[in-house]
Design a protein around this ligand. Structure first.
Ligand code: UD1
Length: 429
């Protein structure tokens, strides 16, 4: 298993190109199941989760071809993925494929919408709480699907096709909203989704579906209206920039000090995080090329924040912010409201010298003058990158174990940080 060795203490200077968003690329690839025509996606990040989803689509008989510069090549950019689901040979997504990544469960929606049936194993993914799928199932039922659970699989059937309906989500769910939209675009009649997720990735997928011929209005707001159509056609779409990767590197620069341009980043995708970063004392400037983050020698100010659905502060940046606040001058408070059990990074950060106490869903972070390198363990995708941020400012050497979590969501991390002066290397094996 690969590890990453980081020697801390170097400020970051330079440019970091921001990749396409994992959380948009995955549902966009899944949406390809809705049409027998070819979907071409540009700016798809090179990530383990993308490869895993390719395997899942292949299993349904979908033809997926990837092209573009490889990691490490000059002018490396996101890859172009051509997906053709002309014939779907199998509507079953088995446990060994689905268990590795929670989002793969979402194939249930296009499969039942187009084929009238799907059998998909209940999902796995990051161990950050129970993460049920009851609301995804509720949405499919509201559109007329019959659902049975058998041997850990969800069996969804709609022999005469889905029909439009009203879906009111009792809590905001990104996956639920993706599933509801993908199911509704081919349903007979009108669907109204209330309390929909407003995340930019939901809007990106809806924009692509509209280009394919779907009739969707209101994506990006809490009320989405979909008029079902009988068929979707081909299109080409470029995945929007990854706001979580943007925020992660922005926090890393604030942590080490320095001056970095996050190329291609779009401020409106993470305004709440950028506002918070400015509160800590970092300088954040939007430019034509992206977002510039700088911090000189001044100390970091502590913050108090609660994670919320978009446009609030994202749970996917909670661990990274906590890492940053370990060096603030004073006590910060971070309350996690989206997922229970999303504080697994706390004990690993403590190994580097952080002082954090937990009170239910709130973490109190008392800033310390220095962190010291140590061996640590990546526990989930976002937690693992918080350890990288802490290690960049720690004295001496930190080895992050189990970096396969990082590879699921961060493209060429060591290369991107290394190009800005960080001492980061991957140890294979
Ligand atoms: C997506 C993101 C993930 C992010 C999360 C919240 C992708 C691939 N993943 O995950 O990175 O952290 O949004 O922004 O886009 N819930 C239920 N029942 C359900 C579904 C969800 O109770 O049927 C709960 C969850 O347990 C959680 C909350 O709703 O407490 C939000 O989850 P959701 O937005 O669905 O997260 P994901 O779509 O899995």
């Amino acid at each position: 298993m690969d590890r990453i060795r980081i020697t801390g203490g170097k400020p970051l200077h330079g440019k970091i190109p921001i990749s396409g968003a994992k959380n948009a690329a995955l549902p966009l690839m899944i949406a390809s199941l809705l049409t027998e025509d070819t979907l071409v996606l540009d700016n798809v990040p090179h990530l383990a989760d993308v490869v895993q989803l390719q395997r899942i689509l292949n299993n349904h008989g979908v033809d997926v071809t990837l092209s573009g510069k490889r990691s490490g090549e000059a002018e490396h950019a996101g890859q172009t993925v051509k997906i053709s689901a002309e014939t779907i040979v199998d509507t079953v997504a088995p446990y060994d494929l689905v268990s590795k990544m929670r989002a793969s469960f979402w194939v249930v929606a296009p499969l039942v919408a187009r084929m009238g049936q799907a059998r998909v194993s209940l999902p796995g993914g990051c161990a950050i709480g129970t993460r049920p799928v009851d609301l995804l199932i509720m949405a499919l039922e509201r559109l007329g699907a019959n659902i049975e659970i058998e041997a850990g699989d969800v069996i969804a059937t709609a022999p005469k096709g889905l029909r439009g309906g009203d879906i009111v989500f009792p809590k905001v769910t990104v996956g639920g909203t993706h599933v509801a939209i993908m199911a509704a675009v081919l349903a007979n009649g009108t669907t109204v989704i209330e309390n929909a997720a407003q995340e930019p990735e939901v809007k990106d997928v809806a924009d692509c579906l509209v280009k394919m011929g779907a009739k969707i209005s209101g994506a990006g707001t809490s009320r989405i209206v979909i008029e079902g159509v009988s068929k979707l056609g081909p299109t080409r779409h470029s995945v929007l920039p990854d706001r979580i990767e943007t925020g992660t590197y922005a926090f890393a620069v604030a942590m080490t000090g320095g001056d970095v341009l996050l190329e291609g980043a779009r401020p409106e995708l993470l305004q709440s995080a950028l506002d918070l970063l400015a509160e800590t004392g970092a300088t954040v400037t939007a430019t034509n090329e992206g977002i510039r983050v700088a911090r000189n020698g001044a100390g970091l100010r502590p913050v108090t924040v609660t994670t919320e659905p978009f446009p609030g502060f994202p749970t996917d940046l909670q661990a990274q912010l906590m890492a940053l606040m370990t060096r603030a001058k004073g006590t910060s408070r971070i309350t996690e409201t989206i997922f229970e059990n999303r504080f697994m990074h706390v004990q690993e950060l403590a190994r580097l010298g952080a002082r954090i106490t937990l009170d239910g869903q709130t973490a109190m972070i008392e800033g310390v003058d220095r962190l010291k390198g140590a061996p640590v363990m990546a526990t989930d995708l976002r937690a693992s990158v918080s350890l990288v941020i802490a290690a960049l400012a720690a004295e001496g050497e930190t080895v992050v174990n189990r970096v396969y979590h990082l590879d699921r969501g961060f493209e060429r991390l060591e290369e991107k940080l290394g190009a800005c002066g960080a001492m980061v290397e991957r140890i294979s094996g």
